[in-house]
Design a protein around this ligand. Structure first.
Ligand code: CTP
Length: 401
């Protein structure tokens, strides 16, 4: 018999807590096994009895209460859950999760969670706009937590602005799309590259670029979720390894070239999201270079164009490149696709707001070798990653037919 998927729902103390009753009711009706954890403040807004009745399971409220179901509740639910949602997520729980604090049942369970965690914040607009809250949110997104952004509207405190809990429909959708990913890359071996490369000038200095690796990591994560065996060759980043992905860390373009070449024969799909440095210093000094009066010049030499080399040797692989441009997006991308013998290219204008380096969103246009063009709206990099995989799937199916 198929195991029912388990959703852990964490409720914190916000007026929107009453809306979670609808969410729990819908998820239970859809056949998910739902377990609710409530903080002490959440219980001031709505009673555990409501959720026990709607979910059909005891509600976890106390860290030290002996459970009739599990021995160490926060560990067993954290291991058992296929998805976790914290709704409404107050500034307090966001701060705790972002900073590794675990002092009650909900925060300890989130900390032990092995599954994707969705956060649906709700708070006063000024709290939401507070730079500390925003920096916690950014940190959590970079760590792979999924945020369902609050909406704009009238808030319980009487002010207008952003901070209202997102529609229950959106939160439900975010959870379901996490849990019900098609396994359409099952049996495929996918190689992804991500991040910048660093080209040493001397032991303390290097040349690099603004890539954070986020887009490539999200592609690796998404391909894994869809059943692929995924290899990620990553330049230096601050990102955690995506769950279940085989990661090889490299520093320079030449190291990346070696790592990618080693894997190339055995993989079906290559997605080159890395921002590889085109040039490296001709000489790398073994000692720190001392300053002197006057100007200094650095002679650079070309790095291998990894993707061009892969295109040249391509036989069975499907090859996907990226084009980071600041103008003439489509023309330059088209040109790169042809020059490097690619099957698809993902083009983004890195000078555009909400696209490109660093941020949690991207806005890309996908071109394929049949001359088809797909412009995607601004989305999180995680959603963009899935949309890119959708296009790869379509292209692979076209190739077969
Ligand atoms: N790329 C690569 N090796 C390089 C440079 C780029 O494999 N030495 C790959 C990137 O991973 C990306 C694609 O080529 O998938 C395009 O990278 P981009 O920097 O946009 O283009 P370049 O080919 O370097 O051209 P230019 O810098 O002139 O725009």
């Amino acid at each position: 018999m198929l195991r029912r998927k388990v959703i852990a729902v964490g409720i914190t103390g916000g007026i929107a807590a009453y809306k979670v009753a609808e969410l729990v009711s819908r998820l239970t009706k859809k056949g998910y096994e739902v377990h609710v954890i409530m903080t002490a403040s959440a219980q001031k807004f709505i009673t555990p009895l409501t959720f026990r009745t709607l979910s059909g399971n005891p509600v976890i409220t106390d860290m030290f209460d002996p459970s009739p179901l599990w021995n160490v509740q926060h560990v067993s639910l954290a291991e058992k859950a296929d998805a976790f949602v914290v709704v409404p997520a107050t500034a307090n729980i966001i701060g705790k999760i972002a900073n590794g604090l675990a002092d009650d049942m909900l925060s300890t369970t989130v900390m032990a969670a092995q599954c994707p965690v969705v956060l649906a914040p709700a708070m006063n607009v000024h709290m939401w706009e507070n730079p500390v809250v925003q920096s916690n949110i950014k940190k959590l997104e970079e760590l792979g937590y999924r945020l369902v952004d609050p909406g704009v509207g009238r808030l319980a405190c009487g002010t207008e602005g952003k901070g209202r809990l997102a529609d229950i429909d959106c939160i439900e959708q975010a959870l379901i799309s996490l849990l019900e990913k098609p396994k359409d890359f099952f049996g495929k071996k996918v190689l992804v590259t991500a991040g910048p490369t660093r080209e040493a000038i001397d032991p303390v200095r290097y040349l690099t670029n603004h890539s954070t690796g986020k887009m490539g990591y999200e592609i690796a994560r998404a391909a894994k979720e869809r059943g692929a065996e995924v290899f990620l060759v990553s330049g230096p980043t601050n990102l955690a390894d995506p769950e279940g992905v085989i990661v090889e860390r490299v520093v320079s373009a030449r190291e990346m070239f070696r790592a990618v070449s080693d894997k190339y024969e055995q993989v079906d799909i290559v997605i080159k999201a890395a921002a590889v440095a085109d040039y490296r210093p001709k000489q790398t000094s073994a000692e720190k270079i001392k300053k002197a009066d006057g100007e200094m010049s650095l002679t650079l030499e070309r790095n291998p164009d990894i993707l061009w080399e892969l295109g040249r040797k391509k036989d069975h692989q499907l090859l996907v490149g990226f084009a980071a441009e600041t103008g003439n997006l489509i023309e330059f991308a088209q040109n790169k696709m042809e020059r490097k013998n690619l099957d698809m290219i993902v083009a983004n204008n890195v000078s555009e707001e909400g696209a490109g380096f660093g941020g949690v969103t991207n806005k890309v246009t996908i071109l394929n070798r049949y001359g088809e063009l797909k412009e995607l709206p601004q989305m999180t990099k995680y959603d963009t990653a899935h949309a890119i995989l959708d296009q790869i799937r379509l292209l692979a199916d076209t190739n077969k037919s």
